[in-house]
Design a protein around this ligand. Sequence first.
Ligand code: FE
Length: 489
Amino acid sequence: MRSLEKLSYSYSLSDWRQGYESQPQESEYIIDNIEGEIPVDLSGTLYRNGPGLLEIYDTPLQHPFDGDGMICSFSFDNGQCFFRNRFVKTREYIEEHKAGKMLYRGVFGSQKPGGWLANLFDIRVKNIANTNVIYWGNKLLALWEAAQPYSLNPENLETIGLDNLEGTLQQEDVFSAHPRIDRQSLFNHGKPSLVNFGIKPGLSSTITVYEFDELGKIIDRYSHITKGFSFIHDFVITPNYCIFFQNPTTYNPLPFIFGLRGAGECVNFESNKPTKIILIPRNTPHDQIITLEVEAGFIFHHSNAFEVNNTEIIIDSICYSQLSQIDPKSSYKEVDFDKLAPGQLWRFKLNLTTKQVIKELINPRCVEFPSINSENVGRNYRYIFIGASDHPTKNAPLQALLKLDLITKQEQLYSFAPKGFTGEPVFIPKKNPESEDDGWVLTLVYDSTYHRSDLVIFDGKNISQPIATLHLKQHIPYGLHGSWKEKNN
Ligand code: FE
């Protein structure tokens, strides 16, 4: 039975693994190998970030999340697309390339060569700037959650340097890779604002929220201390709240300090304990915190949140039944997808009066990296575009684009299986849209047949077929997050 089941799989592990080959080459060119046509009114730049190197010279990384950040830009103008990729030249990247060897351990378990003795008491953190890239306040910023952002030239992607956001971030402050943009902030005269956070974990953890106006000037900064260790990667906003899920984890730093494990390998998930949902008011006084509890499993990413009335809040999130522990003895390239819990989309209904939380499964498919219309962030919404497995329920690599209608529960899937592998889609609304899904969906697909990546463009209203497939000349290793910048914005 087992072998028959294997045959029905939509992918081979060796195909999937090729997408984690390093891409050391920096390139720039007009993409001329195109199927279909690029819409002429698609005008702006898609920026994406992700690990570009999966080994440092001869030392392979234990986990792709430890890879140096490489930014890709796809600039659209008049039906043409210009591609460019550049590494974020962090101080540590430059030091390692001068030395010609690995000098820093990675948070997710990558160790310097030479065994535990070479790693003993080395608790320095390498800023790899590899998780997200956003354009805000006339700056292009590469983000990594355990450090400060790196500023880049938005035109040619050259690294400018560490950026403390006009002095907002002090020496020890960090800036998460998951900012949210409130299009009509109550705290910026109804104009757009960028809201982000930083976590200082410990026996108690400090969550600091930053709100910026459209020019990148700080409007407000406030903190909340929560008991226990926190591993909080993402958050959600509504017009009145910032909402954090503190998953039940503990941290034992000793194996890290003694050079035996990476810091990320020292996080333990406590499946018998509830998740704390922390609502921090965006209005003053910020200390009127509401805390609820739920059996949530582990959450990396949320889709969105919105207020139904003064007493109910809805949050949609991708939940795992547990946090997959990283095995220090095995390579991520040998992962057995069957043994891991799939990420699935759940809806949490928070009753602020009774403090009750109801949790409902929206869709059983294995999904990650949601994208929604940016106008609806923090507000009621209808559509989610998300990376998905080809199989309807099993845990598997992302190979498809899924569109979910949260009102009718209808779903539409376009699969690149068996040879294609996907990641985060980015939804770009049209100017003067007729509906919430009136726009384009862009997704980068690794094609293992040709060992190259394609940028695929879909019409958001109907994803049954791509409207254009742009073949790159090379592959881009599986990435993390990205964003869209309108032209002349
Ligand atoms: Fe993320």
